[in-house]
Design a protein around this ligand. Structure first.
Ligand code: NDP
Length: 286
């Protein structure tokens, strides 16, 4: 029997409808949540991501503004802009589109964002808060995955979760969130020996490597939940994940497709964090 397909688009629509209700309640109190996006350089992928974020904001009633800097901008100039946004009453969330150019110290830029406006959750204080179980803002991609698991009633406590990939934006926070929900977590990387031994014992397998279709059917336990974070464009233009979807869907219990899986959830959780920031700033409860 084939896996249940976890429809990221449908869950994102459902969550965005809930968010719309929250912005309407804020509007009644004269509050409009605001997101500022900072983009340095003209990387085409980043430009598309930013455009999508702006569009998504307007759909749920969030004010958004984009601050563009040329790729040879000085770090100080960008940090000055962040300091102004930290003080702005119209802005509740600030996001710096990554990657930054080589001459930037990304950590210094991130830590110049006020913690209470760090809706991406990448400020070192927010990272520390996540590690100690006092989450302020959950990083958007793993947060979206947790919502997908929750909406599908997939149990986490006591299960073995295997995270393939250990990046700061996906792998590590994902592992921490699963750990916080009581999973026994294994984190794998490019240095892991005999990857399949680990993946085959996973009840929940989350993959974020950026290697197209690297998880084959033989690497998956029957009935497992398989979450594919990867987004890879093949030379023929096709978008695929890090999991060989066609074969793995015949063995898994649940699986996320690419596209239409984790992707739509990432932006949705950014909207959610921005609304959360506005509610906290004005002491409004959900
Ligand atoms: P990174 O390149 O930062 O990290 C990739 C991770 O994969 C590294 O930890 C690396 O290990 C590990 N890895 C590489 N090869 C192997 C291997 N053979 N076996 C096991 N682990 C391996 O990528 P990101 O985490 O930023 O992104 C991963 C993927 O997710 C990309 O396709 C990206 O486009 C996608 N993505 C999707 C998002 C969404 O919204 N759906 C959001 C963010 C990312 P090591 O540390 O040892 O090098």
């Amino acid at each position: 029997m084939g896996a249940n397909i976890i429809d990221g688009n449908a869950i994102a629509r459902e969550v965005r409808a809930e968010l719309r209700t929250r912005t309407e309640s804020l509007e009644k109190c004269g509050i409009k949540p605001g997101l500022a996006v900072i983009i340095v350089g003209d990387d085409p992928a980043s430009t598309i991501y930013v455009r999508n974020k702006v569009k998504a904001c307007s759909e749920v009633g969030i004010h958004s503004e984009v601050h563009n800097f040329p790729k040879d901008a000085e770090q100080d100039e960008v940090q000055r802009c962040i300091r102004e946004l930290n003080e702005s009453p119209l802005i509740h969330g600030i996001l710096v589109q990554l990657p930054l150019p080589q001459h930037f110290e990304a950590n210094r830029v991130m830590t110049s964002i006020a913690v209470e406006k760090d809706v991406d959750g990448f400020h070192l204080c927010n990272v520390g808060a996540l590690v100690t179980g006092n989450t302020v803002f959950s990083p958007c991609t793993p947060y979206g995955v947790m919502i997908m698991l929750n909406k599908n009633h997939i149990p986490i406590e006591g299960k073995h979760a295997v995270m393939v990939g250990r990046s700061n934006i996906v792998g590590k926070p994902m592992a921490l969130m699963l750990l916080a929900k009581g999973a026994t977590v294994t984190i794998c990387s490019s240095k892991t020996r005999d990857l399949a031994t680990h993946t085959k014992s996973a009840d929940i397998l989350v993959v974020a490597t950026g290697i197209p279709r690297m998880i084959s059917v033989g690497m998956v336990k029957p009935g497992a939940t398989v979450v594919d974070v990867g987004i890879n464009r093949l030379p023929d233009g096709k978008l695929v994940g890090d999991v060989d979807f066609e074969s793995v869907k015949e063995k898994a219990g649940f699986i996320t497709p690419v596209p239409g899986g984790v992707g739509p959830m990432t932006i949705t959780m950014l909207l959610c964090n921005t609304i959360e920031a506005a509610e906290r700033a004005h002491d409004v409860t959900k």
